[in-house]
Write a new protein. Structure first.
Length: 188
């Protein structure tokens, strides 16, 4: 476990699980599970079995089983996973390779795109080309549900005539039950 005041720069290889609460820069490879806590800041490529991100990660991620980006988490980088879960409210920008084969491919450190700070306006004739393309995953909004209309009627709807089939196959009309009075039938 790396606490909130811990800072690691370089390559980390751990046999077992890792929980990060502080700052990590470089490359991280774990044989077990990786958890990135809420206040953690990771600028590294991550590889692990199950990876859960609640903090901020900037780098490529390989999850051999499952990757979860929680609602408080943000991930900027390409992802190779067997299974992926991104919770409502999470931030994700990058390419996804999904399936059992994608997660077993060897890891290579890929620097994720960093947000470009705003600069002074350029002249109209200058054209600026971005250094690295930023890929965003579009979010799909849930369809708007409108409540059903309320219909008021002045008079009660007519009651359909009920028929009960007899032995001869012809139906006999049966009067609808009258509200307020119990329907008394004799038992035999």
């Amino acid at each position: 476990m790396l606490g909130p005041r811990d800072r690691v720069i370089g390559q980390i290889y751990i046999e077992g699980d890792l929980r990060v609460g502080g700052v990590v820069e470089g490359e991280v490879e774990v044989t077990g599970d990786v958890e990135i806590d809420d206040m953690a800041k990771v600028k590294a490529s991550l590889a692990g079995r199950d990876v859960t991100i609640r903090g901020h990660v900037n780098g490529a991620v390989v999850a051999r089983k499952r990757l979860v980006v929680a609602k408080s988490g943000s991930l900027f980088g390409d992802v190779r996973v067997a299974r992926l879960a991104i919770q409502d409210g999470a931030t994700f920008s990058g390419k996804v390779s999904m399936g059992a084969g994608a997660a077993t491919a060897p890891v290579k450190a890929v620097e994720a795109p960093t947000p470009v700070p705003e600069s002074e306006p350029k002249a109209a004739t200058e054209v600026e080309k971005p250094a690295t393309p930023i890929v965003a995953v579009p979010l799909v909004a849930a369809p708007k549900v409108t409540p059903p209309a309320i219909i008021k009627t002045a008079a009660p709807a007519p009651v359909a005539e009920l028929r009960v089939a007899g032995k001869d196959g012809k139906g006999k009309p049966v009067a609808p039950p009258i509200k307020g009075k119990p329907n008394k039938k004799k038992r035999r």
